[in-house]
Design a protein around this ligand. Structure first.
Ligand SMILES: Cc1ncc(C[n+]2csc(CCOP(=O)(O)OP(=O)(O)O)c2C)c(N)n1
Length: 659
């Protein structure tokens, strides 16, 4: 364990300021409790902070306005201590347009970019890797800021905690981890869920200076944090501060407290951080009882005014739908493609060009310097280890870190070694990155790309052959590209890196060696614009990723049989170019979809549903899907052939609906 010298002093005037701030937090929570019990104005669940004020106030008293903070479900105190106003907090808790998130987040999601409140996650522990990412961004941008991640003892049992701490320690990031150990995670005692008595030993295990302190004493919290902030600002890395504290209220409002004894609650209330500091300052004649009463009255009056403001504010009635988000305009090359390159080279060229164009673009992932697939080979020589970062095998952490950097001015391109492993970072992709723009009331964006290879068709087996494009199509806030050739791979990846929302970029390993022509000069390909690879009049064939080359062969064979297929490669599945598909079906009256994923609830199912909704009257035959028949992908080539659809399957299916 590290030694903390506690030599900083805090004078009585400073203590008075800390006391006033703690009183603000307490009075705010008391008002929320009252409003919640009245049942008609507070929106959604609330988890009150009463009892823990010394932690938020002590920590935040050391932060600059431009320092960052990531909060959790019990976050009112953190936000107020970081400078949030009663008005905007109260309005958000009332679900109003004038709230921090324009009513989209309420209690558990307060975000305010001006105050550095870059995230409040209701998913336990998710903020921890994001805070590591913000630390990385501070270090890369050399801004001398720090970031604080607040979380509970329960969060320290989650993988995100361990991945985040390891990366912060490894890269010496200016991230301060503040664990508020209030003895419980909902009703479960810390001693019954946590293998160690002091959570700070877990920080020490990662080589992080770590300490357990009395979280009911604001002076102690402030002093220890000051040391942690100094350490972070001078580039000496993270600190873990475990604050032993107690929440006076139920886990969430409206919930029972019956798992705790009255005696236990009473014991902790006697250590109330506000009462004890008040008593001390009165005893030392810094304050009088009258003055503290006056202080409290003033605070309560302000909170009443904020409540009036919130109640009188209007509810939001409009927000930007994902479909209305503007795309970057494309760059069209003056001449036609003449340069032959492989798919791998196309990806590498896109990365290199974008990294040269924009110094905020950087790469992170497992083994990307050595470049397992060869894609990122050599980039470290040009851009250095600061912009081509090898990571531990911590997929959830990688995406959390990428998100933290994306929230604070960088454009990360993360590589997840196989698309199958996207399952390990679903929370960071789906609950965190995808929600940023919407949840922050359009204050913030997450401009990040997640590149991930699809291993299908290489005997890679059931855990290295899946892409899950259809899963991500179901998530608003994420864009998905799945190029089928070198030209598209380069142009789409350049566009992906310029997007302001997270993009999942699926690269099929089977296509990596395929060659194609690209223009000599710069170009990009817009998202949401399908490529009609072949015009035809008899049937529309929509093919995705690895199915496109097979579809091209199928079209050639069918042409010999007199069947004229219109072949469409959507290129991006989200946004999906519905118009091109619908217009084509209206012309051909037939539709087949060829996809490299399982059939049920798949990409084809969605496209079929769109066509059924918009153009069913034009159809002269049932819509057909050529897909993996809801099976795991076997390793044996003979079995793989049975499961993965090929040219023959496409031809057979088309002939069925033509005749
Ligand atoms: C990943 C995840 N699992 C479960 C929950 C439900 N949940 C919300 S708060 C909470 C307890 C968290 O305990 P702790 O981290 O100690 O924070 P505290 O509530 O004590 O402040 C749980 C289980 C959640 N929100 N996220």
């Amino acid at each position: 364990m590290a030694t903390f010298d506690h030599s900083f002093t805090i004078n009585n005037r400073e203590l008075e300021t800390l006391l006033e701030k703690m009183m603000e937090l307490r009075c705010f929570e008391e008002k929320i409790a009252k409003l919640y019990s009245q049942g008609d104005s507070i929106v959604g669940p609330v988890h009150l902070y009463s009892g823990q004020e010394a932690v938020a106030v002590g920590v935040c008293s050391n932060l600059r306005k431009d320092d960052y903070m990531i909060s959790n479900h019990r976050g009112h105190g953190h936000c107020l201590a970081k400078g949030a106003t009663f008005e905007e907090m109260m309005a958000e808790l009332h679900g109003k347009e004038s709230g921090y998130n324009k009513g989209r987040g309420s209690s558990m999601h307060i975000m305010c970019s001006d105050l550095g409140i870059v995230g409040t996650s209701s998913v336990v522990a998710s903020g921890i890797p994001i805070a590591a990412g913000i630390g990385l961004s501070i270090k890369m941008r050399k801004t001398n800021q720090v970031v604080v991640s607040f979380f509970g003892d329960g969060a320290s049992n989650n993988g995100s905690f361990h991945e985040g701490l390891n990366m912060a320690a490894l890269w010496k990031l200016p991230t301060i981890f503040v664990c508020e150990n209030n003895n419980y995670a909902v009703s479960t005692l810390t001693s019954e869920s946590t293998s160690v008595k002091d959570i700070s030993v877990r920080g020490a295990a990662y080589g992080i200076p770590s300490v357990t302190i009395n979280g009911m004493n604001v002076a102690e919290v402030a002093k220890v944090t000051r040391e942690a902030v100094e350490r972070a600002r001078k580039g000496a890395g993270p600190t873990l501060i475990e604050c032993k504290t107690y929440r006076f209220m139920a886990h969430g409002e409206g919930e029972t407290l019956e798992y705790r004894t009255k005696e236990e609650i009473q014991k902790w209330k006697q250590m109330c951080p506000i009462d004890s500091l008040c008593e001390k300052l009165i005893k030392e004649k810094v304050l009088t009882e009258e003055k503290t009463k006056h202080m409290e009255q003033k605070i309560r009056k302000k909170i009443d005014e904020a409540t009036k403001f919130a109640k009188e504010s209007s509810f939001p009635h409009h927000f930007i739908k994902e479909a209305d988000v503007q795309q970057e305009s494309a760059i069209y090359p003056a001449s036609s493609p003449t340069k032959e390159i492989t798919f791998i080279q196309a990806i590498r060229e896109a990365l290199r060009e974008e990294m040269r164009r924009d110094e905020t673009v950087f790469l992170l992932g497992e083994d990307i310097r050595h470049a397992l697939w060869g894609v990122t080979k050599g980039l470290v020589d040009e851009f250095g280890r600061e912009r081509v970062i090898d990571t531990p095998i911590s997929e959830n952490g990688i995406i959390g870190v990428a998100l933290g950097t994306a929230l604070t001015g960088l454009r990360p391109v993360a590589e997840i070694m196989f698309a199958d492993f996207l399952t390990l970072c679903m929370d960071q992709i789906v609950n965190q990155a995808a929600k940023v723009r919407f949840l922050s009331g359009d204050q913030m964006n997450a401009p990040m790309v997640i590149r991930s290879p699809l291993g299908l068709g290489r005997s890679a087996g059931p855990q290295h052959s899946q892409s899950f494009i259809s899963w991500f199509m179901h998530v608003p806030g994420i864009k998905i590209a799945a190029p089928s050739n070198a030209l598209d791979a380069k142009g789409l990846l350049k566009t992906a890196i310029r997007q302001n929302d997270p993009v999942i970029f699926i690269e099929a390993l089977l296509l990596y060696g395929s060659k194609g022509l690209v223009p000599e000069e710069e170009y990009t390909i817009p998202f949401g614009k399908a490529d009609v690879k072949k015009k035809g009049k008899d049937v529309t064939l929509v093919a995705i990723s690895t199915m496109v080359p097979k579809a091209i062969t199928a079209c050639e064979n069918l042409a010999k049989k007199g069947v004229d297929v219109e072949l469409i490669d959507p290129r991006t599945l989200s946004p999906l170019d519905k118009d091109t598909i619908i217009d084509s079906v209206k012309k051909t009256t037939r539709l087949v979809i060829a996809e490299p994923e399982c059939k049920t609830a798949g990409i084809g199912a969605e496209i079929a549903a769109i066509v059924a909704e918009e153009a069913i009257d034009y159809l002269d035959a049932p819509i057909k899907r050529v897909a993996i028949p809801d099976s795991c992908i076997p390793c044996s080539p003979s079995l793989e052939k049975i499961v993965i659809p090929n040219e023959e399957d496409i031809i057979k299916t088309i002939l069925e609906i033509i005749s």
